[in-house]
Design a protein around this ligand. Structure first.
Ligand code: HEC
Length: 159
């Protein structure tokens, strides 16, 4: 009986030992796109798809709203909102996120604003889509101010 217990203990200890010597699994994410590529090729076009979809123009008869008309135009706008919502998650991946504070807050705010856009698009609520466009811009800005430092770069370029 005691012998069996000993064998069992050795077996369990070996299992634990084996588990410890395994290297931790690396995250399966493919993050080869650089941040500028992710911005220029994924986030920016998705945001533009939203910002450019609705505008107001002044005519002789007063203000006129330009909004999607066809079902295909509404679908394109919906896809932009969905892309932006998911692209915000890509910013939070291990290997991309710069820290666990403002970076995450900005990314999550962006995702939330894109989600609101998606709901407004599904309701075809033009005013709400336009209003949430500013929230999207604020989320982009809140991260750029801290991490992109465009102003510093611009002033360096002029020197
Ligand atoms: C969580 C942080 C974060 C959020 C949110 C974010 N960005 Fe960025 N973005 C950056 C950083 C950091 C850079 C600078 C990257 C570099 O130069 O290495 C950048 C750079 C850019 C650039 C310039 C790329 C280049 O060619 O240098 C564009 C355009 C851009 N962002 C668009 C956007 C738009 C549009 C949004 C919102 C829809 C957004 N970003 C949201 C972090 C963010």
């Amino acid at each position: 009986m005691k012998k069996h217990l000993l064998i069992l203990l050795i077996f369990v200890a070996t299992l634990i030992g084996c588990g410890k010597s395994e290297p931790p699994p690396s995250p399966p994410f493919n993050t080869v796109l650089t941040l500028p590529q992710l911005m220029n090729w994924v986030l920016d076009p998705a945001a533009d798809g939203i910002w450019n979809a609705i505008s107001w123009v002044s005519t002789t008869k007063g203000e006129k709203v330009i909004a999607p008309h066809t079902e295909a135009e509404w679908e394109a706008l919906r896809n932009s909102a969905a892309t932006l919502m998911e692209a915000s998650n890509l910013l939070m991946l291990e290997g991309r996120a710069k820290d666990n504070q403002q970076w995450m807050i900005s990314s999550r705010n962006l995702s939330k604003a894109a989600e609101k856009t998606l709901l407004a698009v599904q309701a075809k609520d033009v005013d709400a889509i336009f209003a949430v466009g500013a929230e999207i811009e604020n989320a982009c800005e809140s991260c750029h101010i801290q991490y992109a430092k465009f102003d510093e770069r611009a002033s360096k370029n002029t020197k």
